[in-house]
Design a protein around this ligand. Structure first.
Ligand SMILES: [Zn+2]
Ligand SMILES: [Zn+2]
Ligand SMILES: [Zn+2]
Length: 364
């Protein structure tokens, strides 16, 4: 009996020692966390001594990316952009890719010299896709008077002063065409003399303006046997006046002495509600503007050849310090146009200096 107790005690002691030794020799295999793209391992254990696994490590699958979507941003001429892309909330995974700046798409424009009264600009380039532009304005030069004339444009000092006075005193705009119906008439398709029917066409416009019931045609007017006799190529202002008399339209002829007198008198007559028919040398007129604010112009450049031409002057408009006469031109426009007042009066004085002044039927 004593022997068996002794054996038991020894066995227990051996087991305790073995347990202590086992504990001392056991090594932990640490957990390896998975990432977005690589697998991980669970915690395991093995015996240091004989590489005996006690607890096997298990493979933990990769997590995959946790994607966040980002909208793209288109590149501009000067700034780069990027396509829509994804990033991961856990790692630095990203599909971001830059789109380079596009660069300007340039178009080149010619410059324009400044004149005494009009601004110019240097030659410039402009982008079709953005508002990039190298446009730079050259201010108007202003007149350079010497000996009573501008050395650059030839404007007489007296006319310049008259225009300056008008621009200062206002009103800015007077238009006498507000009769409630259209009285424009082209000289086109007005019979045999269509090409030279500016006088009869202006006579028609003035008569129609003066009296809505006026019903003769431009061809009828051309065929009146009025004096001075019509030439094949045109009428005199006196011819226009006589034709108007034939139809009982109140008018008179004003003979202008100088350009400055013409511009002052024409303004006064327009202020007074009159319609004017003027004949001028087309050679002296450069452009008709459809809007005095715009650079765009229309009409034909007749500078090469002297030729008389009638138009109806029905108002004036002062824009940016420049006076324009508001006109109906039977040869160029089927709507209101604007002539530079200084150029027009010079061209009137350069022709026969007569202006036909027309009153409406119920006025003086
Ligand atoms: Zn990730
Ligand atoms: Zn651009
Ligand atoms: Zn000038």
């Amino acid at each position: 009996m004593r022997r068996s107790i002794k054996a038991l005690v020894i066995t227990v002691l051996v087991m305790i020692c073995a347990a202590i030794a086992l504990k001392a020799l056991t090594v932990a295999d640490p957990e390896v966390p998975p990432t977005c793209t690589s697998t991980g391992l669970s915690e395991g254990k093995h015996l240091a001594l004989f590489s005996i696994t006690i607890k096997e490590q298990e493979v933990i699958p990769a997590l995959g990316h946790d994607l966040i979507h980002h909208e793209g941003n288109n590149p501009t001429c000067t700034e780069s952009g990027y396509a829509s892309y994804d990033t991961c909330s856990r790692c630095d995974y990203s599909t971001f890719s830059e789109k380079p700046a596009l660069g300007h798409k340039l178009v080149h424009y010619a410059g324009r010299d400044a004149t005494c009264t009009e601004k110019g600009y240097a030659l410039y380039e402009k982008c079709l896709n953005c508002d990039y532009s190298t446009f730079t304005e050259i201010p108007a030069l202003g007149h350079d008077f010497a000996g009573g004339r501008c050395t650059r444009c030839g404007l007489e000092y007296a006319l310049y002063c008259a225009l300056e006075e008008i621009v200062k005193t206002g009103p800015e705009r007077v238009s006498n065409d507000n009769v409630g119906y259209n009285f424009f008439h082209s000289q086109q398709d007005t019979g045999t003399y269509s090409d030279s029917n500016c006088g009869p066409a202006c006579t028609y416009m003035a008569a129609k303006w003066a009296d809505e019931s006026f019903s003769a045609s431009v061809e009828d007017i051309r065929n009146l046997n009025v004096k001075p006799s019509p030439f094949d190529y045109g009428w005199f202002p006196q011819t226009v006046s006589q034709a108007l008399n034939t139809y009982g339209i109140n008018n008179r002829v004003f003979h202008v002495g100088s350009a400055e007198a013409a511009v002052e008198e024409m303004k006064r007559l327009i202020d007074d509600g009159k319609l004017l028919i003027v004949c001028f040398d087309r050679k002296g007129i450069f452009v008709i503007k459809e809007d005095p604010h715009l650079e765009s112009t229309t009409g034909t450049d007749y500078r090469a050849k002297s030729a008389g031409h009638f138009i109806v002057v029905k108002g004036y408009w002062i824009v940016d310090g420049v006076m324009y006469f508001e006109i109906y031109d039977p040869g160029f426009l089927d709507k209101t146009g604007y002539y530079d007042a200084g150029e027009l009066v010079k061209a009137i004085v350069g022709w026969n200096k007569d202006i036909v002044i027309v009153s409406r039927r119920n006025s003086q």
